[in-house]
Design a protein around this ligand. Structure first.
Ligand SMILES: O=P(O)(O)OC[C@H]1O[C@H](OP(=O)(O)OP(=O)(O)O)[C@H](O)[C@@H]1O
Ligand code: HPA
Ligand SMILES: [Mg+2]
Length: 168
């Protein structure tokens, strides 16, 4: 990633659940979906919430990793591909499949998965401007220089008073 995002967008569990449910409402208009593919690991969490709302029970993973070093993107690795029976849906195009991730940043991960499932519907809860064109549906956009702090990456810590120079 060019530069290191210095603004912070912290997301609580409650907010994430609301945003993932809002995503499900929006996706409902594009369904029904025959299957869902979630991009691990971040996509596992919204996938559970969206699958519950849209009653999707056929759920596959594609295991990808690229941010090996906190905010710095490295080489994109596919650790597990999509199963052949899921790839065969929609006549081999992925039509009728919902691909879900927690967020899209540069769009690299989503673009790579789209090569495998070109006609699938791509959704993320959060999007940054660079990655936005790589997804069909998202809920909240944050600026490219913002780092999204997801609830499973955080814990409760003491916050110094704003007057004493707390970071935003
Ligand atoms: O749009 P991009 O720039 O490709 O970045 C977005 C991807 O990066 C994060 O995953 P990461 O590779 O860090 O793995 P994780 O989901 O296991 O945390 C996030 O969950 C997205 O999948
Ligand atoms: O803003 C982000 N937050 C958490 N994980 C990420 N992976 C890419 N961008 C981000
Ligand atoms: Mg991820």
């Amino acid at each position: 990633m060019a530069g290191s995002p210095d603004k912070a967008f912290p997301v609580s569990w409650d907010q994430f659940h609301r945003d993932a449910r809002a995503l499900a409402w929006r996706l409902h208009a594009f369904g029904p979906f025959e299957a869902m593919v979630c991009i691990t690991r971040g996509g596992l969490v919204p996938a559970a919430i969206v699958a519950r709302e849209l009653e999707v029970r056929l759920i596959e993973t594609i295991c990808a990793a690229s941010y090996h070093d906190y905010k710095n993107q490295g080489e994109l690795q596919i650790l597990k591909d999509v199963a052949p029976d899921i790839k065969a849906l929609g006549g081999g195009t992925g039509k009728g499949v919902l691909v879900i991730d927690d967020l899209v940043d540069t769009g690299k991960t989503a673009r790579m998965v789209r090569e495998l499932l070109p006609k699938a519907h791509f959704a993320a809860v959060y999007a940054k401007p660079q990655g936005r064109p790589a997804v069909d549906t998202f809920i909240t956009e944050v600026s490219q220089d913002t780092w999204i702090y997801l609830p499973w990456d955080m814990g409760l810590t003491f916050q110094p008073p704003i007057r004493h120079g707390a970071a935003g």
